[in-house]
Design a protein around this ligand. Structure first.
Ligand SMILES: Cc1cc2nc3c(=O)[nH]c(=O)nc-3n(C[C@H](O)[C@H](O)[C@H](O)COP(=O)(O)OP(=O)(O)OC[C@H]3O[C@@H](n4cnc5c(N)ncnc54)[C@H](O)[C@@H]3O)c2cc1C
Length: 339
């Protein structure tokens, strides 16, 4: 266990927000985690789990102890001719895990290449990209629940996965420390290239019969061309979820705005691209005080060019929500965790 006293959190969040916390404790085992909780100086403080800091916005100093979940390790629990059951520690970097599995020939997560952050946070919002979400390969997870003082194994059903959602963002928010996640991956890949620009990118790469490594490479190329790299421009990926509205609400709005794009997701529900709504509301590419703003290529991504505060970025997100609500009567929901 390593305890940092009053550190700046700038390098611990991909927005690069320069706030502080009285304590940041790095833990890499259950014993460490329990010990951290029992430390007299931390006992009565607020605490929060931290992974790679790529899905949160600090609007102020954190008044408590940040528990940095550094649990390492990748372990095969079971293997058959067709599948492998593999468990990864919460602190394993997600993309490193994806590359490790691809190297082994285990399929199912290649479409989620290059999503920032760590394995432990992946179930939090049921991460997803290019037509695949982790719930499709999820087997179970282990979490430590401070209120119970013990660990619990969560099945897929118990995680209550939804679109960028799980029980860890609702009922169990701040009440569960995910220590490891177990996945069921396939040894006979079903290549999924129908979503987005993957097929097109594979053509550009001159690949006719792609394997999982090719799909991963295509996804990496697309993501690198579309999304700002947090190492260069502070951001947390999509700031808002794509709103899901009822068919009747959609029809009412569509009469006024026939050009509005949409995807039918069920008999009665329609998903509308938040990026389009934000762009129409005039925010795409806007910069404020030369410090922060909305990315020029990707209206869903709010950015910190350096020196922007979390509160300023949060206020901008409120302005966007209000503008979209006034024009389209659709309420955007933030995907990023606000602190
Ligand atoms: C450029 C960019 C692109 C992105 N693209 C995508 C994308 O395509 N799809 C997608 O789904 N997301 C995307 N994201 C968002 C982000 O990468 C994911 O949400 C990722 O899973 C966050 O992981 P993290 O370790 O950084 O979590 P953090 O930001 O550290 O934490 C996020 C939340 O999870 C909690 N938490 C973290 N670790 C644990 C744990 N072990 N136990 C309990 N709670 C925990 C934190 O308290 C916080 O509430 C993107 C982000 C960026 C910057």
């Amino acid at each position: 266990m390593e305890i940092l006293h009053n550190p700046s959190l700038k390098s611990f969040n991909t927005f690069g927000i320069d706030v502080k916390a009285p304590y940041l404790v790095r833990v890499n085992s259950l014993v460490d985690l329990q010990k951290a909780y029992d430390l007299p100086e931390l006992r009565d403080l607020n605490k929060m789990a931290l992974g790679g800091g790529s899905n949160l916005l600090f609007t102020q100093d954190f008044a408590g102890a940040i528990i940095k979940m550094d649990f390492p390790g990748i372990e095969v629990l079971d293997e058959t001719e067709s599948h492998v059951i593999v468990k990864a520690g919460a602190g394993v970097v997600w993309h490193q895990f994806v590359l490790y599995c691809i190297e082994k020939g285990w399929a199912g997560i290649e479409n989620m290449s290059l999503i920032p952050g760590n394995v432990g946070a992946a179930p939090m919002q049921n991460i997803g990209a290019y037509g695949v979400e982790i719930n499709s390969v999820f087997e179970s997870l282990e979490a430590w629940l401070p209120e119970l003082g013990s660990t619990k194994t969560f099945s897929k059903k118990e995680c209550q996965f939804g679109y960028r959602m799980s029980i860890f963002k609702t009922e169990l928010k701040n009440k569960a420390y995910i220590t490891s996640v177990t996945f069921k991956l396939s040894k006979s890949p079903k290549i999924n290239t129908t979503y987005g620009a993957i097929e097109n990118e594979l053509n550009v790469m001159g690949i006719k019969n792609p394997g999982i490594k090719d799909v991963s490479n295509a996804v990496i190329r697309i993501r690198q061309s579309k999304l700002p790299d947090p190492k260069e421009i502070g951001n947390a990926g999509s700031f808002f979820k794509n709103p899901v509205i009822s068919k009747s609400q959609f029809e009412a709005i569509h009469t006024k705005f026939p050009e509005m794009p949409s995807y039918r997701i069920s008999k009665n529900e329609v998903k509308v691209p938040a990026g389009w709504l934000i762009e129409q509301a005039g925010f795409k590419g806007k910069t404020y005080d030369n410090k922060y703003g909305v990315h020029k290529n990707q209206a869903l991504v709010l950015v910190n060019y350096g020196g922007g505060t979390g509160q300023e970025i949060y206020d901008l997100s409120t302005k966007i929500i209000d503008a979209v609500l006034t024009t389209y009567n659709i309420e955007l929901e933030r995907e990023v965790n606000i602190l």
